[in-house]
Design a protein around this ligand. Sequence first.
Ligand SMILES: [Zn+2]
Ligand SMILES: [Zn+2]
Length: 96
Amino acid sequence: MREFARAFYQSRAWKDCREAYRKSVGGLCESCLAAGIYTPGKVVHHRQPLTPDNIHDPAVTLAWSNLKLVCQDCHAKEHKARDRYRFGPDGSIRPG
Ligand SMILES: [Zn+2]
Ligand SMILES: [Zn+2]
């Protein structure tokens, strides 16, 4: 996990937001679902990447419009195109 985001990912606000969002989309990977495949979602991904500049802005970090529930495979794909971070077994981001 990127250091600047550590406190955010451990915050109650994020954990509550993440679980509420997961329930709101029915717990399925949104990318797989778009292709007609039912896969349990594992990771709540931020569409707009978190940065040291926006990490304290709830309109970015906690806005459902900026979230996407995905499975591990789809999460890797989301990031592969975008940055060079790797993922831990729980889907958390680790410097790669
Ligand atoms: Zn998926
Ligand atoms: Zn992500």
